[in-house]
Ligand binder design. Structure first.
Ligand code: D5M
Ligand code: FE
Ligand code: ZN
Length: 518
């Protein structure tokens, strides 16, 4: 329920005499049991508090996590926020992290110097410093309005649509169409599907018959995505039978742009420096290789989040930390970054292990962290952002919503083994994280930064630690692997990460080669 959840939380709070910080509402809204959390947060807040602060909610989550860890350590994963160490008492990295790298001298056959005057990088949709959301009800309304408006505009030309409220007053049997956001998906007792669409005027129910071709598409739907439906009104005009369904999608005829010289980009993510499982040997192999003649055309390095392992991201994560202080982790990451040839253009976005707000869109790192990660002067932008390299646009998104797509869709449509296919669904929905209130935490802003407004030439994600790539309507989707070997958690749930691979894209052809360093 896109509009009601946060709204109900805000009204529940106001009815008890509380104002609330925006992040507090977002955190509550994204919990598995929002109202239980709301109760606990209020219970824990000081008696004279007028504003429910994020800290009160976090404290309630911490208490719940403490309780849960005695019984079920994973129950609260989706609702816990990482407490970020303040760094006021810096600790030295543990001795096992003693392999602090030195600058490589390169191999015997060093790459020739890059003519940096030919490099061209442009960034769009970076929302760093643009966050205006306050978590008020109006922000949730605004972000969904914006989504309906902008994704709807990609659908309105394709159907003869009517507002939800005017469909009800049309005669039974009429041909009708509507553009809206998916508000609810339910199966009926007889095995058909009821999909409720919402627009600015209200909601209207659409029935997808189980034996129609579109029934197969219902299992791809996520709440809050934008759709158009076309069909026939029932006799009482209270429901419509779906004949066709339309997604914002990428046109099949989409022609990607390419660079006009032979130049390559390395697309990586999930470095996880600071984790005991960070693979320094593989990383050293990668950066050594970048100095060789083989890599002389690699002029760009894109890193799609999870630079470091972070602190308190998952329950019991501390047991697998090599470096326990978050700032020390970034210092060490910067040492590893120094190994990369200095003439590479580097662009990076944060991920869910990084020390920025967890809710998406995630602004680029703050000044203190930018000051630490200064090797080769990287461009640090928000998650998501679009970076255009010599005319080739790359949509960079860390990829937390992929977990959700993989969990919600049938295995043949999206799985960890073929992460690029999960990415295809995001391209089809033209949104990097459609579902609100589920696994992926979203922060309402006045504009929906998570919409895929322009079709990118390349879509680059990470997060699921699996390597996979392929083309969807000529858009190259690449999920880069990681630089972390299997963690205990991953072992326990049978995730076999693809560690130590660097996919390299030819920007003049969009061909991909994979370099392996593990
Ligand atoms: O996520 C790496 C992948 O593993 C991603 O698919 C989430 C999943 N993962 C890893 N650890 C956990 C825990 N503890 N709970 C739930 N899911 C998890 P990354 O963000 O790099 O840790
Ligand atoms: Fe990761
Ligand atoms: Zn991640």
């Amino acid at each position: 329920m896109p509009l009601e959840g946060p709204a109900r939380i805000v009204s529940e709070l106001t009815s008890r005499g509380y104002n609330a910080e925006r992040e507090a509402v977002t955190l509550i809204a994204s919990a598995d049991e929002p109202f239980a959390l709301l109760e606990q947060a209020i219970d824990g807040a000081p008696e004279n508090a007028l504003v429910l602060e994020t800290a009160h909610v976090r404290a309630a989550l911490e208490r719940a996590r403490g309780d849960a860890s005695e019984t079920d350590t994973t129950a609260l994963d989706a609702t816990t926020d990482p407490p970020v160490s303040t760094g006021t008492q810096p600790t030295k990295p543990a001795s096992s992290a003693g392999s602090v790298p030195v600058e490589t001298k390169g191999s015997d056959a060093p790459r020739s110097a890059i003519d940096t005057s030919r490099q061209a990088v442009a960034i769009t949709n970076d929302m760093t410093g643009e966050s205006t959301g306050t978590g008020e009800y109006e922000d949730f309304v605004a972000v969904f309005r914006d989504r309906l408006e902008r994704l709807g505009s990609k659908l309105r030309g394709r159907v003869n649509h009517r507002p939800a409220t005017s469909i009800e007053s049309m005669p039974g049997g009429s041909e009708v169409a509507m553009v809206g956001l998916v508000n609810d998906i339910r199966s009926t007792a007889s095995g058909h599907w009821l999909v409720e669409l919402e627009d600015a005027t209200g909601t209207f129910p659409w029935l997808v018959m189980k034996d129609r071709e579109y029934a197969d598409l219902v299992e791809e739907l996520l709440c809050d995505e934008a759709l158009a439906m076309e069909g026939t009104l029932a006799d009482d005009s209270g429901i419509a039978f779906v004949d066709s369904m339309y997604f914002p999608d990428v046109p099949r005829t989409h022609q990607p742009s390419t660079a006009d010289r032979h130049v390559q980009a390395a697309l990586i993510s999930d470095v996880h420096v600071g984790s005991q499982e960070f693979m320094h040997d593989a990383w050293n192999g990668f950066t050594d290789w970048l100095h060789t003649e083989d890599a002389e055309h690699v002029e760009y390095l894109l890193i799609a989040g999870d630079m470091v392992e972070g602190v308190g991201v998952y329950p019991n994560q501390d047991e697998e930390l090599d470096v326990v202080d978050i700032y020390d982790q970034y210092e060490l990451f910067n040492e590893y970054l120094k190994q990369v040839p200095g003439d590479l253009e580097i662009v990076m976005i944060p991920g869910n292990h990084d020390a920025v707000r967890l809710a998406e869109p995630q602004p680029g790192f703050n000044e203190r962290l930018r000051g630490i990660m200064d090797a080769h002067d990287p461009r640090i932008v928000s998650n998501p952002s679009t970076v255009t390299l010599e005319g080739v646009s790359v949509l960079m998104y860390h990829g937390v919503s992929l977990d959700e797509v993989i969990a919600e869709l049938p295995a043949e449509k999206a799985s960890y083994d073929e992460p690029h296919k999960a990415m295809y669904h995001l391209l089809k929905k033209r949104h990097v994280a459609p579902q609100f209130g589920g696994h992926t935490r979203l922060a309402p802003e006045e504009k929906d930064y998570l919409i895929i407004d322009e079709v990118p030439d390349i879509f680059h994600t990470g997060h699921v630690h699996k390597l996979g790539f392929g083309k969807y309507h000529n858009v190259l989707a690449i999920n880069s692997g990681c630089w972390q070997s299997q963690t205990d958690f991953q072992k326990s749930v049978n995730i076999n990460p693809d560690s130590g691979y660097a996919p390299i894209v030819d920007l003049d052809t969009l061909d991909v080669t994979v370099q392996k360093f593990s």
